[in-house]
Write a protein that binds this ligand. Structure first.
Ligand SMILES: Cc1cc2nc3c(=O)[nH]c(=O)nc-3n(C[C@H](O)[C@H](O)[C@H](O)COP(=O)(O)O)c2cc1C
Ligand code: SF4
Length: 510
């Protein structure tokens, strides 16, 4: 197995010189000597797939933006990393920020971008400092080539990582995804009616693979991983394993190898029961752990690779508790712009709260409410969040029906809550993750209600208010029709137009 395309060094790269010393050639200089078409062809031939969750072919995305008629383009690196169970982007930035920056600069050369952004949460202090230092080094080495490089320090919300939500953080309104028909490659940053300014957005790990592909060529990249998913993957493995951690392996390694060999297997006296890959895909029962960790194989078993953030559960964990925590997370993080999403996830989440609450009288249709609430959440959805709920929540009930039936039929059966595995730090030396304890006290309107002195998880009956505060505005039909006509006439999108009109109106009021 070739290590040419490995992203994580054993010891962190201390400087740009250190990075170049280990990786050899200057990929950026090599890329700049080639035409954008040639570089795009290399990325296409490499088969590189996005590591942010969906596995979209990177070369296809790059070519789409390159061919876009609008001459103003931007490059954005998605380093928001808010998916429960993942810490790989932060770990990669801590160990090796140079590969991602070099990948972004190569992308800027290809799509002729004038500005480059890297977006991460304001709370990622270590990574922000590391990127700042690395950018200074690229600047001192004369490699920025007049490009403006901006670090965006964003909010904690899960939707900050969603690509249209992320652009809205840079563009003003906050982490609220734009309409589904405005993907970043169609409507980018600082757009005007005449200039949509498309954005090339990739995940940290995706950009980080690009320099290696330029240095050693696509064939070399394809020698690692599988035909479906060439290259390495950086997996985060947390939960009930002996050695939680972040591990880089060839794509196509089996889950068994990841959970038993890399992460040390279950703790003594226990057995694995299931795993989830973030909150975006179906649950993986332990009898499927011989599956290969690549996009196609994971999809074939009704799950998905996602961002390779695996949370593993053993026989001490009740699966209804997992469903309750994950449903609550998705419900709280939904932004309520699309009615069915917040409403459906609320039905699923509150039904699971009820199931977990021994005080509540367990009504007979509780499982129907959970499943149909989740399955009906994706309707007219701007983003993929409700689809995640529709996949994950029913899959847990379908894989472990007896655990749910036991709680319904036996009101005295033990119930315990678990923490959403939203990782906020990683102690590599001790193989331990720190989790966000505040998430359990986050309200569906994104405020927090933390009772004074509380250090443990709340009981279901103590969960913060479940009524969402509406964030969308209902337009009267006459206004809606007028706006639609104006939009059709001018070619300006309704959302952009309403925001422009409101901005103009508000500034007249000041
Ligand atoms: C709710 C939600 C949260 C997401 N969070 C992240 C994130 O934190 N980081 C990320 O890279 N992609 C995230 N994504 C995926 C991005 O929308 C987008 O697909 C990705 O940045 C594209 O990069 P890639 O093609 O390199 O994978 C999220 C998607 C959804 C629906
Ligand atoms: S689908 Fe859900 S999370 Fe996505 S924009 Fe609509 S309400 Fe928000």
């Amino acid at each position: 197995m070739s290590l040419k395309h490995w992203l994580l060094p054993k010891a962190r790269f201390e400087s740009y010189e250190d990075y170049v010393g280990h990786t050899g050639e200057h990929a950026l200089r090599k890329a700049r000597e080639q035409s954008p078409e040639e570089v795009i062809q290399l990325v296409l031939d490499s088969g590189l797939r996005g590591r942010g969750g969906a596995g979209f072919p990177a070369g296809v995305k790059w070519r789409t933006i390159y061919e876009h008629p609008c001459p103003t383009r931007f490059v954005v690196c998605n380093a928001a990393e808010g998916e429960p169970g993942t810490f790989k982007d932060r770990y990669l930035l801590r160990k090796n920020p140079y590969a991602a920056i070099e990948g972004m600069l190569i992308a800027a050369h290809v799509v002729r971008a004038e500005r480059v952004f890297i977006a991460l949460k304001a709370s990622f202090k270590q990574e922000i400092a590391r990127i700042n230092e690395a950018i200074k080094e690229f600047h001192q080495a004369g490699l920025l080539g007049g490009l403006r490089f901006t670090i965006v320090e964003g909010p904690e919300e899960y939707l900050f990582g969603e690509e249209k939500g992320l652009l809205n953080v840079i563009d003003g309104p906050g982490p609220m995804p734009r309409e589904a028909h405005y993907p970043p490659y169609e409507l980018g940053l600082f757009a005007t009616p005449d200039s949509p300014n498309p954005v090339l957005m990739n995940n940290v790990e995706t950009f980080s693979h690009v320099p290696g592909i330029i240095r050693h060529g696509p064939d070399s990249f394809r020698q690692t991983g599988t035909q479906d998913t060439p290259g390495s993957i950086i997996a985060t493995i947390s939960g009930c394993v002996k050695r939680p951690g972040v591990y880089e392996r060839e794509a196509g390694v089996t889950l068994k190898e990841l959970f038993y060999e890399a992460a040390g297997g279950p703790v003594a006296g226990h057995e694995f029961k299931a795993a989830i890959s973030g909150v975006s895909n179906g649950v993986i029962p332990a009898d499927r752990f011989d599956t290969r960790a690549d996009f196609a194989s994971m999809q074939l078993i009704g799950s998905g690779l996602g961002s390779a953030g695996f949370v593993v559960f053993d026989d001490t964990i009740a699966m209804p508790s997992v469903a309750q925590a994950m449903a609550r997370f998705l419900y709280v993080e939904s932004c309520n712009q699309c009615t069915a999403c917040k409403h459906g996830l609320r039905i699923a989440s509150t039904a699971l709260d009820e199931l977990m609450d021994e005080q509540s009288d367990q009504s007979a249709n509780i499982l129907d409410r959970i499943i149909s609430g989740a399955e009906h959440a994706p309707q007219g959805n701007r983003c993929y969040l409700p689809v995640e709920g529709a996949k994950l929540i029913p899959s847990i009930i379908k894989a472990f029906p007896s655990e749910f039936e036991e709680l319904i039929s036996n009101s005295t059966a033990p119930r315990s809550m678990i923490l959403v595995p939203k990782i906020v730090d990683y102690d590599e030396a001790n193989h331990s993750f720190t989790y966000d304890k505040l998430q359990a006290f986050k309200n569906p309107d994104w405020t927090y209600s933390v009772p004074e002195g509380v250090t443990t998880l709340p009981k279901p009956s103590e969960l913060p208010a479940t009524a969402p505060v509406p964030k969308s505005v209902l337009l009267f039909p006459e206004n809606r029709d007028r706006l639609r006509e104006m939009s059709e006439k001018s070619g300006e999108g309704i959302e952009a137009m309403v925001n422009r009109i409101l901005t103009e109106w508000a500034s007249q009021q000041e």
